[in-house]
Design a protein around this ligand. Sequence first.
Ligand SMILES: *Cc1c(COP(=O)(O)O)cnc(C)c1O
Length: 343
Amino acid sequence: MSKITGLVRPNIAALESYSTARDEYKGKIGIFLDANESPFDNGYNRYPDPHQIELKELIGGIKGIPGANLFLGNGSDEAIDLVLRVFCTPGRDNVIVLVPSYGMYSVAAAVNDIECRPFMLGEDFSLDTAGLLAVADDNTKLIFLCSPNNPSGNAFPRGQLLDICRRFRGVVVVDEAYVDFSSQGSLAHDAVELENLIVLQTLSKARAMAGLRIGMAVASKEITGLLSGVKYPYNLSLPAMQIAAELLKRDNSEEVSALVRERERMSGMLPSFPFVQKVYSSDANFLLVKVADADRLYSFLLERGIIVRNRSRVPGCSGCLRITIGLRKENDAVLAAFNEYLR
Ligand SMILES: *Cc1c(COP(=O)(O)O)cnc(C)c1O
């Protein structure tokens, strides 16, 4: 029995997953009378591949990850929910989340009646490994880490994340939604090798496909198998997979570099405004900006049709707005509004 098997929620370990008749027939042509579909071909009358083999091969090829080590979800939000459901027994187990970090971890835990233990980052958003591990007890199944972290923007050192994997007896989930904007490397390849590491990535951010809802988990085959056994069989729609495959053929790394350049330009300009108290350094496609009166600036921008995220009530982020990096002219509009706010 692997170390992971012992961590899985008992009813999930015993689960007999839904299987489709098409699992038994691999051919592409045939007379398909097994799934109560309509025979009238409009391009979408058949159920999509529940195993998403083609898209996994394509994404795996781009990332250098075997398809079997990929789980695809309806956004990485689906993977977050499934990881909780696979490992945690409601009302008994607990997970650790960073504060501040992405809100979905604690929401998904609450929906599943799983205790969420917050661990505060330092004032500079650094992570104290010993303090983090001290929050864990025998029922702590998961630690959610987000790197680069949303909303602070900083990435944690790779060596530190791997050290946490080595020292924690549960499963470490590293959410890399913004990794393509970061100079720190991804842990995706480590997740293929390490038993207790799950890396989440998404097509929603750098890959510019938020509307398609496709996210992924990279993990051992054992873990991707568990996640696949719990998901809805047809969790990705056919058009979403087709469009993603089409868009993935295009290399968009130039767009990503342009956003990184814009981020650096904005983080250079913003500190010159007297009401800007701090611009945190970012490895992502947004900047966390501490200002004198966050609510007032937020409303001022909103009145001008510029919508940013007010994070000023999040612990550790008082006075902070999170501003996504847009097109150059959109960022210029933010700078113009900041100038107007001065007057
Ligand atoms: C945006 C974001 C995601 C992406 O979620 P999807 O469901 O894949 O769109 C995941 N994690 C973090 C930290 C994010 O900020």
